[in-house]
Design a protein around this ligand. Structure first.
Ligand SMILES: Nc1ncnc2c1ncn2[C@@H]1O[C@H](COP(=O)(O)OP(=O)(O)OP(=O)(O)O)[C@@H](O)[C@H]1O
Length: 301
């Protein structure tokens, strides 16, 4: 049995290229604006946001519901057209049109990342870069193993897995593409509280082991406290604050950040559900999950 969140040192296996080799990169979002719709019904979801995720670092992106976090993440990945601004990966401009980028997104709902008709193994295999296709089966097994899924489960369809297992497979698929940067959008929100901590631990351990840069989107401040080196705060499409995690959490500059942290809603404006007590619960779950046996959830160890 393997402890939850333990990263198998597959990189050290004889003859195998290190998993994640060449995956560390930086993401720079420059003056990004994203508008949905046209004319009077147009919504400016992201308004002139500049944000950097340095190589090997985790930036937590927080903010209330509708503040534009997901839109910014999707813009980074190339899933929504950018109205203005530039996305740079390792200094290379990715252009404004949607399309494939060296940035992978893991969604809140793992079903959104996985084709329901494709087996787990086929889903991961699809993401393996062309140059590694000859060793595809081996790559699939390595990445599944890395996220704590028995490669023997690779013939199963997503619906035959638990929510936590599906999210692990979605993560394996994202990592198998060897992205320079990973964007994780509310990856634990759809999971049962009992497995949220284990998945967070896994993500944290993988990030430390493989060193990829990550934009971690969440409305849960306790989660960013646990994972992020830096924290960026969005309110109504605008980036209101960005800085080292400790500083933003302990000594926030912006009134909105202070409101998020205190859990006190501003007049006429609801706060994200988990800024207060629920956030602390999740942090507890994350902490409690370290080193615990996750065999029941993964069903394979
Ligand atoms: N496809 C879309 N078409 C039109 N408007 C959209 C679309 N997606 C998002 N929006 C709007 O853009 C704004 C930002 O939404 P977005 O989902 O990016 O925020 P969020 O901070 O991720 O919110 P949540 O935490 O609730 O997911 C909201 O006003 C939302 O209604």
């Amino acid at each position: 049995m393997k402890a939850a969140g333990t990263v198998t040192p597959v990189a050290a296996e004889a003859g195998a290229a290190p998993v994640g080799a060449g995956t560390s990169g930086s993401l720079e979002l420059r003056h990004i604006t994203v508008r949905y719709g046209r004319g009077r019904s147009a919504v400016t979801a992201v308004d002139d946001v500049s944000l950097e995720v340095p190589a090997g670092r985790v930036v937590g992106l927080v903010g209330g519901s509708g503040s534009g976090k997901s839109t910014l993440g999707r813009a980074a990945v190339g899933l929504v057209p950018i109205t203005a601004g530039n996305v740079l990966v390792d200094g290379v401009d990715q252009g404004r049109r949607p399309g494939r980028r060296p940035v992978q997104l893991v969604f809140q709902d793992p079903f959104a990342s996985l084709n329901p008709r494709l087996s787990v193994g086929a889903s991961v295999a699809e993401a393996v870069p062309r140059e590694d296709r000859a060793r595809r089966a081996e790559e699939v097994a390595r990445y599944l193993d890395l996220v704590g899924i028995d490669p023997g489960m690779s013939t199963r369809l997503p619906h035959a897995l638990s929510g936590g297992q599906r999210q692990r497979v979605a993560l394996a698929r994202a990592l198998a593409a060897r992205p320079a940067v990973l964007v994780a959008d509310e990856v634990t929100s759809a999971l049962d509280v009992s497995v949220q901590g284990a998945v967070l631990n896994l993500i944290r351990d993988l990030q430390r082991e493989l060193g990829f840069a990550m934009l971690f989107i969440t409305h849960n401040l306790a989660v960013v406290r646990y994972l992020a080196d830096r924290i960026a705060v969005m309110d109504r499409g605008v980036l209101v604050e960005e800085g080292p995690a400790g500083q933003v959490l302990e000594d926030p500059e912006h009134e909105y950040t202070r409101a998020l942290l205190s859990g006190v809603p501003r007049i006429g404006e609801p706060l994200p559900e988990s800024a207060g007590a629920e956030g602390a619960k999740t942090a507890g779950a994350a902490g409690a999950a370290s080193g615990t046996d996750e065999g029941t959830e993964t069903g394979n160890r």
